[in-house]
Design a protein around this ligand. Structure first.
Ligand SMILES: Cc1cc2nc3c(=O)[nH]c(=O)nc-3n(C[C@H](O)[C@H](O)[C@H](O)COP(=O)(O)OP(=O)(O)OC[C@H]3O[C@@H](n4cnc5c(N)ncnc54)[C@H](O)[C@@H]3O)c2cc1C
Length: 333
């Protein structure tokens, strides 16, 4: 079963976690955490400021560890105190409950180095990239250095860690197609290097060991002329801009494409384009994108998801599965 930070997912993609904890552990860890890590710490931080949907209530503690030792300290402290952990990147695939998240949300955005010196030959380049590197930065590094392989993924927001976890993809290309290996850390702070074939990647899915966080990925790209790489990136971006509402507050595609079908098309055919609950709207440009038009809420979003799902089931007999990650207190066990 796929996990994100030990939050097991039910088949409908809802993370959950069972563990014992209490207010005492939370008070203890809030007072101790400053001594445990190098890096920024925020208390009762609204997740809405960290998600592309601009939705989400507060998390008890949010941390931005700057190095593996600090990260390990956080993981061990959470484990010892029985506190839930949640890892997040740029929050571009997240729907967070307005009531917030319990425990500790960990961002690896400081794990943001790109190392191009890991063995290249005449044709290929091996790039070691940290979890916190924005995909856009990886893309521009590849473009400047004339490295091909990532171009169809141009325009996918978020960080490398999120893209690996989600096996993000577009135009038939997925993260798994360029990955050689992934470094993870478990709850005891143990670091393991997993080869691509040990990860069990499939469509928008990675099967990482339970309770692990992605530290970095090693990817293989093919050498090409920078101008050609740039042209392909521009072409893919132009195609995306035509069909997807990229500048709006969304979390990308809400539902996974059923095998051999398009969730967007099914939603469109079910007559849901433009449908609205509160300030959440099914995009008129791409029906699998739900847009927050302003002060849309988690409840509105969930209601719209259920309505659209029911309509598609009724009209086309297809039960759509959530692609976005839904997280909140009553989904954490
Ligand atoms: C406008 C728009 C367009 C999009 N287009 C596409 C597209 O074409 N194709 C596509 O596949 N997706 C697309 N997405 C969705 C999203 O951008 C991707 O899934 C992206 O890879 C998520 O990265 P993130 O850093 O934002 O992850 P988050 O949303 O922060 O997290 C996503 C999941 O990954 C887990 N996670 C994040 N970092 C780590 C880590 N270091 N270790 C362990 N788990 C981690 C989180 O716990 C969560 O379960 C789009 C989104 C938007 C808003």
């Amino acid at each position: 079963m796929q996990t994100n930070s030990g939050l097991k997912k039910t088949p409908d993609n809802r993370p959950m976690q069972a563990c014992s904890r209490g207010p005492k552990e939370m008070v203890n860890i809030k007072s101790e955490i400053k001594d445990l890590i190098e890096g920024e710490i925020r208390f009762d931080e609204p997740m809405s400021g960290h998600t592309s949907l601009k939705i989400g209530g507060p998390v008890d503690i949010m941390v931005f560890p700057e190095d593996p030792a600090s990260l390990k300290n956080v993981l061990v402290a959470a484990q010892t105190g029985g506190l839930p952990l949640f890892f997040f990147g740029a929050g571009t695939n997240l729907l967070v409950d307005d009531r917030g998240i319990e425990g500790i949300a960990v961002s690896l955005k400081k794990f943001n180095s790109i190392d191009m010196t890991r063995g290249t030959d005449e044709f290929n380049a091996v790039v070691h990239v940290g979890s916190g590197v924005p995909m856009a930065q990886l893309m521009s590094t590849a473009r400047i250095n004339g490295l091909s392989g990532l171009e169809p993924l141009a325009g996918i927001p978020g960080y490398v860690g999120g893209a690996v976890f989600m096996n993000a993809g577009s135009f038939g290309r997925e993260m798994k197609d360029v990955i050689l290996s992934v470094a993870i850390m478990d709850r005891e702070g143990q670091i393991t290097m997993l080869k691509k074939d040990d990860i069990g990647f499939s469509y928008r899915y990675s099967q990482l060991p339970d309770n692990s966080v992605i530290l970095s990925a090693t990817i293989k790209l093919v050498k090409d002329e920078p101008e050609k790489v740039e042209k392909r990136i521009k072409d893919y971006m132009a195609r995306k801009k035509k069909t997807q509402p990229l500048g709006e507050f969304s979390a990308g595609c809400v539902f996974k494409n059923p095998e051999g079908d398009s969730a967007g098309l099914l939603i469109d055919q079910a007559g849901c384009k433009g449908m609205r609950v509160g300030e959440i709207e099914v995009s008129t440009k791409h029906a699998n994108y739900f847009i927050n038009r302003g002060s849309g809420t988690f409840t509105d979003f969930m209601k719209l998801m259920e309505t659209v799902r029911a309509k598609v089931l009724l009209n086309q007999g297809v039960d759509l599965e959530s692609e976005i990650i839904i997280i909140g207190k009553d989904r954490q066990g």
